[in-house]
Design a binder for this molecule. Structure first.
Ligand SMILES: NC(=O)c1ccc[n+]([C@@H]2O[C@H](COP(=O)([O-])OP(=O)(O)OC[C@H]3O[C@@H](n4cnc5c(N)ncnc54)[C@H](O)[C@@H]3O)[C@@H](O)[C@H]2O)c1
Length: 356
């Protein structure tokens, strides 16, 4: 290719630095051109660290002036839709963080704008890109496990509130609590592994047990003892699928458990598998005996592949592993879950989300 892809980022927070800037900076066909944040002082420090010459307070100015090919949207959740749509309307491909939006309607607005623009939108679902998930999905798609009748999934933390009183705990900015934050990874992963099946009904409960304290913040997240905390810190649910299979899920930012755990456990009629804290194990049978198989996977392509994948898709018109349409599907399920938890009754899905 003749020139490098011109890259910008909006929302220079933790995720922007740890994930997007660090990884896009490693790609030889990408030029880090500009970043934007309402906190200019912080953004300027980050720009210096990554040798980025332009810093904008206003993302619209950056998009209008910099002729970008890609932007990452790494702001608080409620801003994802408007910023992504603005970028698409100006001919820019968007790598938007999870959750795609704060509800399915907002996510659908993004898909509509994407379709009109002819550009690409990929969601930052890094847990779909791990070697363990990619290998497990391949195995599931071959039918190796027989009929998958159940998945247990979740991410439970003992002390992991991402800052009590920050935007994460404010419903109008985050859209919800731990389910929209961590469920956007592991409920998504379960559904993705199953091939985004049609949901039938959902039920569950949310809890607010640690809203009064900053003692259960995630390490390094100070928070604000006087800030708003009006979202759930735990969520548990049960999703029934049209094909009779089920997904049981649990998420907590804080709970009185022994230790943090991420998990997805796949139960099939001929075998099973689990990814627990990132490690994949397969449960099978050999000569009438139950066996565990541990695939030997190459760890070192994690993360980088998400960024290469997106740039390659832009350059070669390729398919995306985490397209915007999947965000509409997930947010519809999350919307239904919050309704079910609110009325304390199961809620049935009355429409099919068409993925195109
Ligand atoms: N994929 C992952 O593993 C992962 C991990 C963490 C966070 N995230 C997602 O990334 C996003 C950001 O999370 P974070 O932890 O980095 O939050 P953060 O609070 O650290 O960063 C958000 C940044 O956005 C800036 N911002 C706010 N309004 C803005 C505006 N109008 N224009 C430009 N910048 C603006 C803030 O000043 C801040 O610097 C969230 O959607 C979150 O869900 C994803």
């Amino acid at each position: 290719m003749d020139r490098k892809l011109r890259y910008g980022l909006i929302g220079v927070g933790n995720n922007a630095v740890k994930k997007h800037l660090t990884n896009y900076a490693m790609l030889s066909n990408v030029e880090l051109v500009a970043i934007s944040d309402i906190n200019m002082e912080h953004a300027e420090k980050v720009a210096e660290r990554f040798a980025i010459s332009k810093v904008y307070k206003n993302y619209q100015d950056m998009i209008k002036e910099e002729n970008l090919d890609i932007v990452s949207v790494t702001t608080p959740n409620s801003l994802h839709a408007d910023i992504t749509i603005y970028a698409l309307q100006h001919g820019v491909n968007v790598h938007c963080e999870k959750p795609l939006a704060i509800n399915a309607l907002e996510a659908q607005r993004i898909v509509d704008a994407k379709n009109t623009s002819g550009k690409l939108v990929m969601i930052g679902l890094n847990n779909r890109f791990t070697n363990a998930a990619i290998y497990l999905k391949k195995l599931m798609d071959t039918g190796y496990f027989g009929h998958i009748y159940k998945i247990n999934t979740g991410w439970v933390r003992r002390s992991g509130i991402p800052g009590r009183g920050t935007w994460f705990t404010n419903k109008s900015i985050a859209g919800g609590g731990v389910l929209i934050d961590l469920g956007a990874h592991y409920l998504d992963l379960a559904l993705y592994l199953l091939g985004l099946p049609e949901p039938k009904y959902i039920t569950g409960a949310t809890y607010q047990n640690f809203t009064h304290t900053t003692a259960r913040n995630r390490n390094g997240y100070a928070g604000d003892p006087n800030g708003i905390f009006n979202v759930e810190d735990s969520a548990t649910g049960f999703l029934g699928l049209e094909n009779g299979s089920t997904i049981h899920f649990e998420f907590s930012w804080a709970s009185n458990i022994e230790e943090e755990r991420t998990f997805v456990e796949v139960l099939g009629t001929k075998g099973g598998a689990s990814i627990v804290n990132g490690k994949l194990k397969i449960q099978s049978e050999l000569l009438d005996t139950c066996i565990d198989v541990i695939p030997v996977l190459n760890d070192n392509i994690k993360l980088l592949s998400e960024f290469e994948h997106f740039t390659n898709a832009i350059l070669n018109n390729g398919n995306l592993l985490a397209p915007a349409e999947h965000g509409v599907y997930l947010m519809d399920i999350i919307d239904h879950f919050y309704r079910a938890a609110d009325i304390q009754e199961p809620v049935f899905f009355d429409k099919t989300i068409v993925l195109n």
